[in-house]
Design a protein around this ligand. Structure first.
Ligand SMILES: Cc1ncc(COP(=O)(O)O)c(C=O)c1O
Length: 484
């Protein structure tokens, strides 16, 4: 069955019935029904594709929580092509994209320096098994840009984090690790763990069904940026293999606890605990040397991905030789009596060091090197100005919304707005759909700017936000502007 064969229900009787049960006012119900109708029509091919593939495709990626209220709009925009700051969907709608490949596309979509390198590699073939001729060079480039001593490659960020934890456990001979609430480290069972708030003793719980409690036993989930967490780490010092930290969390970009990170570094150093920076989002974004360079904190191991893969799946584990030698036994030379002496752990993967990933990574790293720090300075400053403009507007309008940014990552400064089903979170959910309707492609209320975004793009987004707010007001979903 293809998209054209699926007929979507034309009448919205069910929606009308559903809306009548929600407690929304008549004005809100009418507005929502009209909006959903318009949105579904504008993106009808995306909706049809979603419906026709659902029997076979198990997928809820990038959609957020299912909300019955928004059921008729619960489908991803299906992309047809992209270039620079823009994507075009299968209905021919153009969007200024701020989802940016979930943080991959620092240089916009399909930049020619990556595309050309990939085409050249495709002409040469995809040799998996023999070593890619670029591996050593890419490792050296990562080392030069991040200051990490040794480097190895996986296929995703999840694998990189999983391997970094295994390395830390192997080298320290300890089992427990610390992670922090609000940090996402990918979908390895060993980090799909949340704080057990009911117990209030820093014990943890599986984040989802299927994560077995045994995975949880060796994980402490602490408050990020809270000095009390440092005390807890002290109490568990003899048992801890690693403290795993996302230096600035995507869900809380306003929280940038420099002092806390420095204290964490001192503490972990003193107790011989591996400090692992998960730089999947911050790496190569805030500065070429990532959050470590920005905060002036040197981790023992860092994990990277996203930007460095230039659009091709990649994970990078980099760190001090003390830890990374657990991958290969350490440095040795031909022609003398040296040999790999360090005890190894297990590390593997059919697709690791994939020639396309190595090619794209080399292009990205060389480009960053040749552009120098001004690339990041300009982009970070641009994003800061964008966020200031948004915040000025929200403040002037008396809207309870505040944004923050860390380099080119921006998002809501407060967590509460994006959680639950309060009036504010319904308005936030609707704001997302209104922005999509106006041609701004985004995930939630967070996103990324890239070097491809122009002033025109940024003004377009700002205007789309303003127009959306006005419409939400007209529908009774936001309070009217306070009169001065
Ligand atoms: C901080 C962090 N760590 C790890 C991951 C997992 O990376 P991947 O999705 O490539 O497995 C992500 C993904 O968003 C992330 O943001």
């Amino acid at each position: 069955m293809n998209a054209q064969q699926v007929t979507l229900p034309q009448n919205l009787d069910n929606l009308t019935k559903l809306l009548a049960t929600t407690g929304l006012t008549n004005q809100q119900q009418k507005y929502l029904r009209d909006f959903i109708n318009r949105y579904s029509d504008r993106t009808k091919t995306s909706k049809q594709i979603s419906q026709s593939s659902r029997p076979f495709l198990a997928d809820d990626k990038n959609l957020g929580e299912f909300n019955l209220l928004f059921k008729e709009m619960y489908y991803p925009i299906v992309a047809n092509r992209s270039c620079g700051s823009k994507i075009w969907d299968v209905d021919g709608n153009e969007y200024v994209d701020v989802m940016m490949g979930l943080g991959i596309n620092l240089f916009g979509h399909n930049p020619s320096f990556i595309k050309d390198a990939l085409i050249t590699q495709l002409d040469k073939g995809i040799q998996i098994g023999p070593q890619s001729e670029l591996v050593g060079e890419v490792a050296e480039l990562v080392s030069q840009l991040t200051g990490m001593e040794r480097v190895c490659f996986s296929n995703t960020g999840t694998e990189a984090v999983m391997s970094a934890i295994r390395i830390a456990r192997a080298v320290t001979g300890r089992n427990k690790i610390v992670i922090f609430s609000g940090s996402y480290h990918g979908h390895f069972d060993g980090t799909l763990i949340k704080a057990n708030k009911a117990e209030n003793n820093y014990s943890a719980l599986p984040l989802a069904p299927g994560v077995i409690p045994n995975f949880v036993n060796d994980v402490l989930v602490l408050d990020y940026g809270n000095p009390e967490s440092l005390e807890i780490i002290k109490t568990h010092q003899q048992e801890l293999a690693a403290v795993l930290v996302v230096p600035v969390q995507t869900s809380r970009p306003a929280l940038q606890p420099k002092e806390f990170l420095h204290q964490l570094r001192e503490l972990t150093q003193a107790f011989n605990i591996a400090l692992i920076f998960d730089e999947m989002v911050t790496g190569f974004r805030i500065l070429p040397g990532g959050a470590q360079a920005y905060f002036g904190v040197k981790a023992d191991i860092a994990t990277y991905g996203k930007i460095v893969g230039g659009g091709i799946p990649i994970g990078v584990i980099a760190g001090k030789s003390k830890y990374m030698d657990a991958i290969d036994g350490g440095m040795w030379n031909y022609g003398d009596d040296s040999y790999p002496q360090t005890q190894k752990t297990f590390f593997a993967g059919t697709f690791c060091k994939h020639p396309l990933a190595m090619t794209a990574a080399k292009a990205v790293l060389k480009y960053l090197q040749s552009e120098g720090p001004s690339l990041h300075q300009k982009l970070n400053e641009r994003t800061t100005q964008f966020v200031i403009a948004l915040n000025n507007y929200f403040a002037a309008e008396g809207l309870p919304l505040q944004m923050a940014n860390f380099g080119s990552l921006f998002g809501s400064a407060s967590l509460e707005l994006s959680e639950g089903n309060s009036a504010a979170s319904v308005a936030m959910g609707l704001l997302k759909y209104h922005l999509l309707d106006k041609g701004v492609h985004l995930l939630g209320v967070s996103g990324y700017l890239s070097t491809a975004h122009t002033d025109e793009d940024i003004n377009y987004i700002l205007q789309a936000v303003k127009d959306s707010v006005e419409q939400l007001r007209s529908g009774g979903f936001l309070p009217p502007r306070a009169s001065v």
